[in-house]
Write a protein that binds this ligand. Structure first.
Ligand code: FE2
Ligand code: FE2
Length: 268
């Protein structure tokens, strides 16, 4: 399997620290990389306003003109009943993607709650997730994305806004053989591995709403046969840093991440 996925997050059109230069850099870099898939893990806007969504929709259209692109909402996108603009201009709040060779599947969830920063998957969506995961053959890689971080992220100050039902979600994900989780929200890149499941956080790709020494960045995922690598890419300089490398294989008819090497400095 040879696949490239770009995961970006926290674009924040309308935020005072949003940078048009970073957004333009990002589009040039995505076009150059020409990935098979782009995943935007929420917070496209800052306050869910219609004018922010108009700019966000133009950006998503540009990504969609380059490659297949999926978006899920973040807490900022559902402020001020912004979800109505989201559904009008961006698309569905959750999705299931099967890659063309049926080697991996990606499920997107909506963890946002109107006008609060906390996240929740909720009982109904959790059931929907279980049903979707059960339909995916075990031999395929399983990727799930949602905005709020599943696990605490270092170097982000006081922990808050973690998913209210993160324990229940963690159980569903690990019981159903999920290999990779993609989150955003904290604006700090990070990677953890628990129960053979890699949990990858994207930083903010296009803003300077940054904590400590974090740089604007996004994640580049490369699957090549039995090797899977994650690069952290600095949106300003284009410089890449290896964040994690893994060996993956199908063992007893199940796709598994066998070994991991992490370099989670969170800086580029
Ligand atoms: Fe954000
Ligand atoms: Fe957020």
């Amino acid at each position: 399997m040879r696949e490239r996925i770009i995961q970006m997050s926290d674009i924040h059109f309308g935020e005072k620290n949003f940078s048009v230069d970073l957004k333009n850099n990002l589009l040039v870099q995505v076009e150059h990389e020409n990935p098979d898939l782009v995943i935007v893990s929420g917070d496209l806007t800052n306050n869910g306003f219609s004018h922010e969504y108009e700019e966000a929709a133009a950006f998503v259209d540009e990504l969609r003109s380059i490659t297949k692109t999926y978006v899920i909402p973040g807490n900022h996108d559902v402020r001020n009943v912004g979800i109505l603009h989201y559904e009008d201009l961006i698309g569905n709040r959750k999705f299931v993607h099967m890659d063309k060779d049926e080697e991996y599947a990606v499920i997107g969830l909506d963890s946002s709650e109107p006008d609060i920063n906390d996240g929740q998957i909720g009982i109904d969506q959790m059931e929907w997730l279980k049903t979707q995961l059960e339909k995916i053959p075990d031999t395929m890689g399983k990727i799930v994305t949602f905005h709020h971080h599943l696990l605490p992220i270092p170097q982000t100050g006081r922990e808050r806004n973690i998913l209210l039902d993160s324990g229940d979600l963690m159980r569903v994900l690990t019981d159903n053989g999920v290999d990779l989780v993609l989150n955003g929200h904290k604006h700090v890149p990070n990677v953890w591995m628990v129960e053979k499941m890699v949990t990858l956080n994207s930083g903010t790709a296009t803003t300077r709403k940054l904590r400590g020494q974090t740089r604007p960045s996004y994640n580049q995922l490369a699957f090549e046969d039995e090797d899977f690598r994650v690069n952290l890419v600095d949106t300003e300089t284009g410089k890449k840093q290896l964040l994690g490398s893994y060996s993956v294989r199908v063992e007893n008819d199940e796709y598994v991440v066998c070994s991991a090497r992490h370099n989670s400095m969170g800086k580029v």
